[in-house]
Write a protein of this length. Structure first.
Length: 266
């Protein structure tokens, strides 16, 4: 486990170096490297099928494209005159996207470029539907949120023939996103999905349910978080915790839900 954690630290430093652009850092928040997603992207490489250098580069590219997408998501200005920090946020997202293409071009992996480009297309399509509140049900809304959070990982796993891990990892990434959305809503009254949930609840349950009645929105978050958690736990129960690779799934679960239900050994 220590060797694995050292490798994760090395990959994280590699990503941070690519993200270190002094001019952008003067004006925008330093991008956050998601520890859970980083661990998820490392899972296909528990067996040494690639060199360490190649492993680092592939994980770095998938991390950078996710950061690019997350950076674009932070642009919230709706007026015609977009503030300078918003303009720079858009440029930063484009810059991070360019870095991902650069690394894959160096690897000469056209297949992975195509796979991740298709993932970006799917994510952006789902974001458009979300932003425009075109969903007809909370279930379809949540399906879009899940796609937005997991599409990069799904294409990444498919490329490395690691699809068997995706159902569990997708539940964890989805739950993590909803936990973040719920926290944002509780702290500020705003979250990307909150308005869409409020609109759908209003449509289904009548005008008595408004956005400022936050308890109903929180109930929706909790229902889908609990459902994802329960599904993840069932999948974990079928895995052997004695095996190192299987311990990593328990570690991912603990990172998302912040408990020690599944022991970490090694």
């Amino acid at each position: 486990m220590n060797e694995w954690l050292e490798k994760k630290t090395m990959i994280k430093k590699e990503v941070q170096q690519w993200l270190s652009y002094p001019y952008l850092r003067k004006f925008i928040e330093k991008p956050e490297i998601d520890e859970v997603r980083l661990l998820a992207l490392m899972l296909p490489f528990t067996k040494e099928q690639l060199s360490l250098n190649e492993t680092v580069k592939y994980i770095t590219t998938a991390t950078l494209i996710q950061i690019a997408l997350d950076t674009h998501e932070k642009v919230t200005a709706s007026s015609n005159e977009i503030a300078i920090d918003q303009q720079l946020t858009v440029l930063a997202g484009d810059y991070f996207s360019g870095l991902y293409y650069q690394i894959l071009a160096e690897l000469k992996d056209i297949r992975m470029i195509r796979a991740l480009s298709d993932a970006v297309k799917s994510i952006n399509e789902n974001k458009i539907v979300l932003y425009q509140q075109e969903h007809q049900s909370i279930e379809s809304l949540m399906a879009s949120v899940c796609k937005i959070e997991t599409e990069i990982v799904e294409r990444f796993y498919t490329a490395f023939r690691f699809q068997s891990a995706f159902p569990l990892v997708s539940r964890l990434l989805f739950a993590k996103r909803l936990l973040r959305e719920k926290q944002s809503f509780l702290e500020s009254g705003h979250a990307l999905t909150a308005q869409a949930i409020a609109s759908l609840v209003h449509r289904q349950e009548g005008p008595a349910v408004l956005l400022d009645n936050g308890s109903r929105i929180v109930q929706v978050y909790d229902r889908y978080i609990d459902q994802a958690k329960e599904e993840a736990e069932k999948m974990l129960d079928y895995r052997s915790p004695a095996h190192f690779g299987e311990q990593l799934y328990g570690r991912l679960y603990n990172e998302v839900f912040r408990n020690k239900t599944y022991a970490e050994e090694g």
